[in-house]
Design a protein around this ligand. Structure first.
Ligand SMILES: [Zn+2]
Ligand SMILES: [Zn+2]
Ligand SMILES: [Zn+2]
Ligand SMILES: [Zn+2]
Length: 577
């Protein structure tokens, strides 16, 4: 259906105008060119509050994870999503196919809440137009509005049976065009032509300008971000329906993954810049409609905001994170450290006194492996930000500190301060839940292997029976790639249970006291497992850059297989003597 086309040429040119504003150094001439004219662009202004699906003014607008918006009632019927076992909450198991042609992906119902900002804006626009249409000055203007559908615009005779749709109404171009959309007489993609019917002087330009100014005024406060209290810069709508600047979401995520407005988990992984989306990486796209609204209504303010943000980002945020090159730490897990070198005592003291009690932990790069952009750095480029929970000063001047892993990061640049390393780091977050689910679906459906695996088949036998399973072959590696995320998790728990039952030396009461019981949450298990499993830290460090729960579980299962094999060979070796 033609009306499901998400974008037309007008919008595309608006978009490119916006990216021009944000890329080039801003001058008032370029930005004022992109501002919408109340009369000449009346059709485009109305389109900004029209639903691309039903063509009526948006009602309870919902922003989808792809950044497109539509009425709540225009969301297609949902179905049960297949091949998803994690996180598998009720509202994530129901999904629908995105009706926007540029997306067409499956979205989880749980990712689609009413967009609070858009809902307020569209309601305010409705009320304001309704009020203004009947004022004395506006009602003097009588216009005939004629729809020109896509065919007619292209110079082809219309394929619609009902013929051309025409309305006569009062209130200027903006109000009349909006009225037509409200009556369901104006398709989203259609253009319009106006004929003045009022006698005497045509006052519609003045009337439109007044109305647009009032629309801007009543909606202005809605377009402020609740984190920075400025106009939205690259607005990003979270799955709970709240909108913030992209950089403000970053700031919030530095401390918590909870929405500052409704306290729900945000499940979002915003790229630093919206441009990254086009390169195909898994990022959260900006809110398309809000971007167009801002670009069309107040491009000068948007340009100013972008310029100020650029200036700010170049002056702050240089080497600001103290880095401790010592061991491998994992998020959510405790790390206990003895601090005796004076330079590190200074570092810890500064972190506690002047900072937030945080510092970065990195594994030394003893084998001189290449670390991406950093080259052969003295440490691995991926590390864990630790928060100091407790500091105990010992009589000999040393101190013992207890820390907990907060988040992961990658070192972008580094230098030295008073003998210890400091760096500029970039936080590493997991992909969104939607992307996590897509990964599981892709893994399961792409595999032609339909065998059912059970965790017990692989690690059910206690270690002293391993050799008797087959005295000639080491344990076989099954196709973990095609297993569900929950089955991978089951393998993990079965493995731990088995070694616990056989009183393994690495699963003593002391280990459980320090690191807690084996977690049942697939998001937490790999961090716990990596902390307690007695294998080389230089193998474990590969877990840190992985940004999906599923990928981390797979890596853990690989370790389990390697671990079993090494025990199997060790067992075989001891038998032959
Ligand atoms: Zn979509
Ligand atoms: Zn709709
Ligand atoms: Zn903000
Ligand atoms: Zn929220």
């Amino acid at each position: 259906m033609a009306s499901s086309l998400p974008l037309n040429d007008t919008q595309l040119s608006l978009r490119s105008a916006l990216s021009k504003t944000s890329n080039s150094s801003t001058s008032s001439t370029t930005s004022s060119n992109t501002s919408l004219h109340a009369s000449n662009d009346a059709r485009q202004i109305v389109r900004l509050v029209q639903c691309p699906q039903c063509s009526y003014p948006l009602r309870e607008p919902v922003t989808l994870p792809c950044g497109n918006s539509l009425c709540k009632k225009c969301i297609p019927e949902s179905h049960l999503r297949e091949n998803i076992t994690y996180p598998a909450t009720a509202n994530r198991l129901q999904g629908f196919l995105c009706p926007f042609s540029a997306c067409r992906k499956e979205h989880a119902v749980g990712d689609c809440s009413v967009n609070v900002v858009l809902n307020n804006v569209t309601e305010l626009v409705r009320e304001e137009i309704e009020r203004y249409r009947y004022t004395a000055e506006a009602s003097e203007v009588l216009l005939q509005v004629e729809e020109r559908d896509q065919w007619s615009v292209a110079g082809v005779s219309s394929l619609r049976d009902a013929g051309v749709r025409v309305q006569v109404s009062r209130g200027g171009r903006l109000a009349s065009t909006y009225a037509m959309a409200e009556m369901g007489e104006l398709a989203y993609d259609s253009e319009v032509t106006y004929t003045v019917l009022s006698l005497g002087h045509d006052n519609s330009e003045v009337v439109d300008a007044v109305l647009l100014d009032q629309l801007k005024e009543v909606t202005r406060a809605e377009l402020d971000c609740q984190v920075c209290y400025g106009l939205f810069l690259e607005p990003l709508t979270t799955v709970c329906g709240h909108t913030f600047c992209r950089r403000c979401v970053h700031r919030v995520l530095d401390h918590t993954n909870i929405c500052p407005i409704c306290r729900r988990t945000m499940s979002i992984r915003p790229g630093i810049s919206a441009q990254w989306i086009e390169s195909g990486t898994q990022q959260s796209p900006s809110n398309t409609l809000l971007m167009m609204l801002l670009a069309g209504l107040c491009p000068e303010v948007v340009a100013e905001r972008a310029e100020a943000a650029r200036a700010e980002s170049t002056t702050v945020g240089e080497l600001d994170t103290p880095l401790f090159i010592c061991t491998l730490s994992c998020p959510t897990m405790p790390t206990f450290l003895f601090i005796f070198e004076p330079r590190y005592r200074l570092m810890i003291r500064r972190a506690v006194e002047n900072g937030n009690g945080n510092f970065g932990m990195l594994l030394p790069n003893r084998k001189g492996k290449d670390q991406g952009d950093l080259g052969v750095a003295p440490f691995y480029q991926y590390g864990t930000l630790l928060h100091i929970v407790d500091v105990r000063l010992l009589p000999d001047g040393r101190s013992m500190i207890e820390t907990v892993g907060v988040s992961r990061f990658r070192v972008l640049r580094y230098g030295e301060l008073d003998g210890y390393t400091i760096g500029k780091v970039e936080r590493i977050d997991d992909i969104s839940l939607a992307a996590e689910e897509a990964l599981e679906v892709a893994d399961i459906t792409s595999s032609s292997n339909t065998r059912n695996f059970s965790a017990e088949d692989h690690f059910g036998a206690p270690p002293h029976h391993v050799a008797s399973l087959s005295s000639h072959q080491p344990p076989v590696l099954p196709d973990f790639n095609s297993m569900s995320t929950q089955d991978l998790m089951k393998i993990g728990r079965t493995f731990v249970k088995k070694w616990q039952d056989s009183s393994a030396a690495w699963l003593t009461d002391r280990v459980y006291t320090a690191y807690g019981e084996c977690p049942e949450d697939p998001a937490l298990f790999p961090w716990w497992f990596a902390t307690v499993l007695p294998i080389d830290e230089y193998v474990k460090v590969d877990l840190l850059p992985l940004t999906s729960v599923r990928e981390r579980l797979k890596m853990c299962v690989e370790w389990m297989v390697q671990f079993e094999r090494s025990k199997w060979y060790a067992h075989l070796f001891s038998q032959s003597y």
